[in-house]
Design a protein around this ligand. Sequence first.
Ligand SMILES: [Zn+2]
Length: 290
Amino acid sequence: MLCIISRRAQFSASHRYWLPELSEAENIQKFGACSRFPGYGHNYVLFVSLVGELDEYGMILNLSNVKHVINRKVTSILDFSYLNDVWLEFQQTLPTPENIARVIWQRLKPDLPLVRIQLFEHPELWADYLGNGMEAYLTLSTYFSAAHKLAHPRLSGEENFKIYGKCANPNGHGHNYHLEVTVKGEIDPRTGMIVDLGALNQAIKEYVIELFDHSFLNKDVPYFAEVVPTAENIALCISQLLRSPIQELGATLYKVKLMETPNNSCEIYCTESDSNSVNAAQNQPVLVRL
Ligand SMILES: [Zn+2]
């Protein structure tokens, strides 16, 4: 039976987004504060996922060996390093999280049956690399607070209560929503970026957070005039709001994950077959109850 296991590792390192072929003004324009001398650091958290058949000892690999390989080939070298100088790959392509994940894959692949490298630059920003050329995924997480009422405007109070229970209470209730937006794209061979992070942050702020934060969704967001703002429909709405702006930034919206409470989250995968329809029912979001 095939099984996937993941091993966590950490390293602290600094980096700087700076291209020597550009002038100082051009570097500042392109990378903002990230271009500042002498760079800045992160406590990176790495998850190495491996696939294999279970052996007679109930393992796919001896985790102790996996730990040693990761340490020898990656963390012992990157820990307390200045990434731009440590590996030649980072001189060719800047050490963004998506590019670091790609290069770690290349370094570990000869020794381990990898299926995924996931690298957190900090808890709100991480990259996933699955071994497909220059393709990578970048996830930004953020949050907003909003109130809602789960009640269809065309149903009576009694009917809504039957369907949604106390979530249909007439005066509504609120949540601190936790949002994760994952984009997919090609790593630029020089800047190491699949998308301009500042611009992506700005798009999420402008198209989602400003509209949703501290709102009563049913009344303040026109989309929910006729659509019940369940977590699934909110995630679907967010995916529709972000699809074009992210396309304009040169990447593709891959996934929207919305956590309504620690016990309740949903994920929308924004595949080609999705339409821009406001009819949530056709898109069949996946609801995950943790
Ligand atoms: Zn609720």
